[in-house]
Design a protein around this ligand. Structure first.
Ligand SMILES: *Cc1c(COP(=O)(O)O)cnc(C)c1O
Length: 355
């Protein structure tokens, strides 16, 4: 029996995608060759890249004037690419600090110029999303993190700005409808909701590039990757292919509006269980709770051993919280069926009865 995989990343992908991806390794498109041994310039792989880009545009309704890239180096590479491509020489940027990933992005940006923290929830161990902070109009760009994978908080209403807006959407991209036109640059490491680790999706408005006065190394220059259709150097063919399969799966099932409903059902079920329980407690501020990563604790830590045992027996994988929060974290990415959350909730209720 396949386990119920609540891992935060790398994480669950649709079973159908695992099957198709496996067979592509042995024999891709009936070429009698593996996907990973053919040229990335072959018609068969170019078609994969084109379909992947097309699916991103379709599923997220990307307006014209934006480019879609599949790069390498993870979301962590984007922390420095963003600053490198958008921060002017002697320029300044503003960041919203909502967790470990935001602070890592801030640390990289500081290498490039004046990096201001406009608001932070560090005072309460990142358990909430700051709201109503000013965003100065003389910034080169504003950066935020839509979903805080580690702390289990998520931005529900993005601030309105008149500066270039950049968002790290690594852990909630494709989980709900977004208005891409409200952003100038979106990036997401694939391994949270899209595919295996090894590629990073970047959606960037073309007109924001090329205005910094900086010299940018080729591999870090979005403009070069755009000109070369993400094939400036050898692209990570397998992660891009699997991401494409995952997007096909999403489209076949009804797209982002379908998955948004499923994700809400899963999150509602788990949070209701936490809130009705006398032994579990949510870690994040209720109005800022993430639909993707639910963080919670056992109020009586003596029950931990029993709960861990029951989870293991029930086939629950990856529920341990990040060390900076402790407790538990249930990551309920797109590919997780409602049934897996039902299994977890039954175990939580059973522990409550035993109490
Ligand atoms: C996982 C994660 C990252 C880091 O991604 P890498 O691909 O490992 O560099 C950055 N931001 C967020 C929000 C994440 O969840």
């Amino acid at each position: 029996m396949k386990k119920h995989n609540f891992s935060a990343g790398p994480c669950i992908l649709p079973q159908q995608v695992f099957k198709e991806a496996s067979s592509s390794i042995l024999n891709f498109n009936n070429l009698d060759l593996s996907l990973i041994e053919i040229s990335h310039r072959s018609a068969d792989f170019v078609a994969v890249m084109e379909e992947a880009v097309q699916l991103v545009k379709e599923l997220l309704e990307v307006p014209s004037g934006y480019s879609v890239l599949f790069l390498q180096g993870g979301a962590s590479m984007e922390f420095l690419m963003v600053a490198n491509n958008l921060m002017k020489v002697r320029g300044k940027a503003g960041y919203l600090d909502t967790g470990s990933w935001s602070s890592k992005a801030i640390k990289e940006a500081k290498l490039f110029g004046d990096t201001q923290i406009l608001a932070s929830s560090k005072d309460k161990n990142y358990s909430y999303i700051p709201k109503d902070y000013p965003i100065p109009s003389d910034l080169d760009y504003f950066h935020c993190t839509s979903n805080n994978t580690i702390f289990g908080t998520q931005i529900k209403a993005f601030p309105i700005t008149d500066v270039i807006t950049v968002c790290d959407m690594s852990s909630d991209i494709f989980s709900k409808k977004i208005d891409v036109s409200k952003f100038d640059l979106i990036y997401a490491g694939a391994q949270k909701n899209l595919g295996p680790a090894g590629t990073t999706l970047v959606i960037v408005k073309d007109e924001i590039l090329g205005h910094t006065g900086r010299e940018i190394p080729a591999m870090l220059d979005y403009k070069i990757h755009i000109t070369k259709d993400s094939m400036f150097n050898t692209p990570p063919v397998f992660p891009i292919y699997v991401s494409m399969l995952t997007m096909r799966w999403l489209k076949e099932n009804g797209g982002v509006s379908w998955i948004e409903k499923v994700n809400q059902q899963k999150a509602d079920l788990l949070y209701q269980t936490i809130d009705h329980s006398s032994i579990f407690e949510g870690s994040a501020n209720i109005e800022d709770r993430s639909t993707m990563n639910a963080t919670f604790l056992l109020t009586n830590t003596e029950l931990e051993e029993e709960f861990n045992k029951m989870c293991a027996n029930g086939g629950i994988n990856g529920l341990k919280g990040h060390r900076s929060v402790g407790g538990y974290r249930a990551s309920m990415y797109n590919a997780m069926p409602l049934e897996s959350v039902q299994v977890l909730v039954e175990i939580m209720n059973e522990l409550e009865r035993k109490g």
